[in-house]
Ligand binder design. Structure first.
Ligand code: F6P
Length: 496
């Protein structure tokens, strides 16, 4: 890998909407890029992208489209699912979200109950936009309740003021145990704090693709914000799942978030493969995987506001593509590497030692933001130092350093991307998330993996049931059909 462009060096700078991708440290020469684009064509990537946006059933195991792009289709051009235009339903939910933003006065606390895809997106957006200097916040305390562990619940219930709290229960299926149990606990807390049944009803809202289950839970019909089975949970922040963004920062900000994602969709849909940022990022990961057999990659946003981004990306990538069989049930040679990361420069003081000198090559996506994230007098100088650290790490990883002392030698040739956002605001946050969603989908197409189902999460949920019963009953447990010997012994440790 060279720090200087070689004669045959291919294009390394790509841009859309003033977002820049610099792949200069990928170490991929022009001939390799040529064969990568050939590989993409042979994998019918262009056809896949067209099918994805056209609402074809790209989720083949569940025979469904994955048309989350309709949720950010602000132009409302018709999007057909089974011959029906979904845009009127989508737009109706937008109107209802906007109306709700105007209605909520005097709300001090919002408890957003949901997990996985019903949690990460809004949590990330609320956190990220809180750091944006020019964004107006309505100042509600936004609490995110995901874990069944009562620590989170306890912390929230100690802070929230029950009489001015609104509760949003978010679950695509409305059957997720963590979510329904936490919701029941919060309802109990409201009642224990003297709210009448009618006051509780006024406080409860739901966002779901299973409206009957939300009604059965006791949520008023006009407090239920639907989304649809063609939206995967991890792709759902663009639906009413993103309500907290609109409620806290205003509907216009939510629209800007959608607009950024829509702009990235346009780019992904229409840019040739050779200029297409999500495709370039997918192909460069594929190259590193095929060349170096990489097992993991890191994403390091040099922006504290994006500290939740790697966690959001972990679900997006690993739940989508962490599979060992392809669309036809055949074993795959490669699938999703482990993704990890956290914000820089903090990350430098944690696991960067391994990134520089460990035995494995771990590609990195560095994300930098041009503008400082505050108006403090120190902001410019701190930001300069933040950026210089980001650039220096990439250079050190790429070029390494040879010394006579092996301990002080850096092997170099460690690939990275640099993604530059002009600033962090709702538009660019939306664009960033959609960029990675599209990159994940492109990778799935290249590996011939269905990125839109998650059958691997079911088994553990099923096995938890008899274990929970055994923990509840107490006493000594023996292995049986649902519980093996090791687990029976472990249950006995807890039951002692
Ligand atoms: O972890 C499995 C999963 O189904 C995720 O795909 C999803 O985001 C999460 O659980 C929550 O599901 P739901 O929104 O249906 O409660």
């Amino acid at each position: 890998m060279s720090s200087k462009p070689a004669a045959d060096n291919p294009k390394t700078l790509f841009s859309t909407q003033d977002i820049v991708l610099d792949s200069g440290y990928q170490g991929i020469d022009a001939a390799s890029w040529k064969s990568l684009f050939k590989q993409a064509k042979e994998a019918h990537l262009e056809q896949f992208i067209a099918d994805l946006f056209a609402g074809k059933p790209v989720n083949n195991s569940e025979n469904r489209p994955a048309i989350h792009s309709a949720l950010r289709n602000l132009d409302r051009t018709p999007v057909l699912v089974n011959g029906k235009d979904v845009m009127p339903d989508v737009a109706q939910v937008w109107h209802r979200i906007e109306a709700l933003c105007n209605k909520w006065v005097g709300v001090t606390d919002v408890i957003h109950i949901g997990i996985g895809g019903s949690d990460f997106g809004p949590r990330l957006a609320i956190e990220a936009l809180a750091h944006v200097p020019d964004i107006e916040s309505r100042g509600m305390r936004m609490h995110f309740l995901a874990n069944i562990d009562t620590a989170e619940l306890n912390r929230i219930l100690q802070r929230a003021l029950p009489h001015s709290t609104k509760v949003i229960i978010v679950s695509k299926s409305f059957t997720t145990l963590e979510t329904t149990m936490n919701a029941r606990a919060v309802v109990k807390w409201l009642k224990n704090n003297g709210l009448t049944d009618s006051q509780v009803s006024k406080s409860l809202f739901a966002v779901t693709a299973n409206v009957p289950a939300a009604e059965a839970f006791g949520i008023d019909q006009d407090h239920i914000y639907p989304f649809w089975d063609w939206v995967g949970g991890r792709y759902s922040v663009w639906s009413a799942v993103g309500l907290p963004i609109a409620l806290q920062y205003g509907f216009d900000t939510f629209k800007k978030f959608l607009a950024g994602a829509q702009a990235m969709d346009q780019h992904f849909k229409s840019a040739p493969l050779e200029d297409n940022i999500p495709v370039i990022m997918a192909l460069s990961l594929l190259y590193q995987q095929e060349k170096h057999n990489i097992k993991s990659y890191a994403v390091i946003p040099y922006a504290d506001a994006l500290d939740w981004f790697p966690k959001w990306l972990q679900q997006l990538d690993m739940e989508s593509n962490g599979k060992s069989v392809d669309r036809d049930g055949k074993p795959v040679k490669f699938s999703c590497p482990v993704v990890f990361g956290s914000s820089g420069s903090n990350a430098q003081h944690s696991y960067f030692q391994l990134l520089h000198q460990g035995t494995e090559i771990i590609p990195i996506d560095f994300i930098a933001v041009r503008e400082p994230m505050s108006h403090l007098p120190e902001a410019k100088e701190h930001h300069r130092i933040l950026l210089s650290n980001c650039l220096a790490q990439a250079q050190a990883l790429a070029n390494g350093k040879k010394t006579d002392n092996p301990n002080n030698t850096y092997p170099g040739k460690r690939p990275s991307n640099l993604l530059i956002l002009p600033k962090l605001n709702a538009f660019y946050l939306g664009a960033l998330l959609a960029l990675y969603e599209n990159r994940t989908a492109a990778l799935g197409a290249l590996w011939n993996i269905n990125s839109f189902d998650q059958p691997g999460v079911e088994l553990g949920k099923v096995l938890a049931k008899p274990i929970e019963a055994a923990l509840k009953n107490g006493g000594s447990v023996h292995a049986d059909s649902g519980i093996d010997e090791v687990t029976a012994a472990r249950i006995n440790l807890f039951n002692q």
